[in-house]
Design a protein around this ligand. Structure first.
Ligand code: GRG
Length: 310
């Protein structure tokens, strides 16, 4: 099923749709990485990039971006849209590769496989991750052009990505996370940290799709509210999964307890955290309805984000 068909559908099997999107995103990411390999990347770094980007992941950010674009009436070609979504997945994948490094969370497993640095070494993984940042920005501009965005709109799309990935977004959130080691955060501090670390890129996924489609400001704003609410719900669900899921389900070792992290489960208990996540999902869906952004996929994705088992 194409992304366009998914956006129009009134009832559909989400899991089938997600599997289809993941498969086509895998092909697009392979093409994008291949293009860079031919031009710039030494083979050993390219191998680390491929390990970190290909062959796994839920591709939530890509699917949100694609869905927002279609929900806002964007009618550009599917492959160009997937390349825009690939830019987000590159930033996300680099952040996981770096987050797993020994100087950060020292992760052993990711997406059901040994982490990139356990296979390709720490220094190659560090270089590969950094190389993926300009790769992502370049990919976003190229995709915006291929989608027919006029130059000022393409610039806005790129700006959304850079802002969310930078010190005012994901990197800033990670810095706060590192500073929070050994401290107990309250609800407000935890929401601020995760709003930057996880929420900014998730919200940017929707905003980039909407801006690329030439959406009205009220639609972009509604998708931003949806993205931030879903981002928080996503993080709460992550905390619940870390406390309840198996290594097999998660594809990585649960680590919150071992790393003494402040979590929503520690703050509210399991049932309290689940209830808090459900409230965010309701808020997300209400924002779409308020701005009359009609998307079966986005409604279903909000629920999926808290019902998922990985
Ligand atoms: C050095 C300060 C500094 C920053 C570098 C490492 C880093 C940048 C940022 C870390 C960002 C990070 C790891 C955020 C966590 C986001 C999160 C919830 C990841 C899990 O996402 P999923 O479940 O993963 O979508 P999959 O594998 O499905 O793609």
């Amino acid at each position: 099923m194409s992304a366009r068909a998914g956006a129009r559908a009134t009832s559909f099997e989400l899991e089938v749709y997600l599997a289809d999107c993941r498969e086509s995103m895998e092909a697009t990411l392979r093409t994008v990485v291949g293009r860079w390999e031919e031009r710039d990347l030494p083979e050993d770094v390219a191998a680390a990039v491929r390990h970190g980007v290909l062959g796994g992941g839920k591709r939530v950010r890509a699917i949100l971006c694609i869905s927002a674009y279609r929900a806002c009436g964007g009618d550009g070609p599917d492959e160009a849209l997937r390349e825009l979504a690939a830019a987000l997945e590159l930033i996300h994948a680099y952040s996981l590769m770096h987050d797993d490094l020994p100087c950060m969370d020292d992760g052993e497993l990711r997406r059901g496989r040994p982490t990139t640095h356990r296979v390709h070494g720490v220094s190659r993984t560090a270089v590969a991750g950094v190389a993926m940042i300009p790769m992502a920005v370049h990919t976003a501009f190229r995709a915006a052009e291929a989608l027919g965005c006029p130059p000022d709109r393409a610039r806005d799309v790129g700006r959304e990505l850079c802002r969310a990935a930078g010190a005012g977004g994901m990197v800033g959130g990670q810095a706060l996370d590192l500073l929070a080691e050994g401290k107990e955060l309250d609800e407000g501090e935890l929401a601020h940290l995760h709003g930057l670390k996880t929420g900014a890129l998730l919200a940017a996924s929707l905003r980039m799709g909407a801006v690329a489609a030439g959406a009205e400001a009220r639609e972009v704003d509604a998708l931003d509210v949806y993205g931030r609410a879903v981002g928080l719900a996503f993080q709460i669900a992550d905390d619940v999964l870390d406390a309840t899921a198996t290594v097999g389900e998660l594809g990585k070792q649960p680590s919150d307890r071992q790393l003494h992290k402040s979590t929503y489960v520690a703050l509210h208990g399991l049932e309290g955290a689940r209830a808090r996540a459900r409230r965010e999902v309701e808020r997300a869906v209400a924002a779409l309805e308020g701005a009359e952004v009609r998307s079966v996929v986005l409604r279903a994705m909000a629920r999926y984000i808290i019902d998922r088992r990985w």
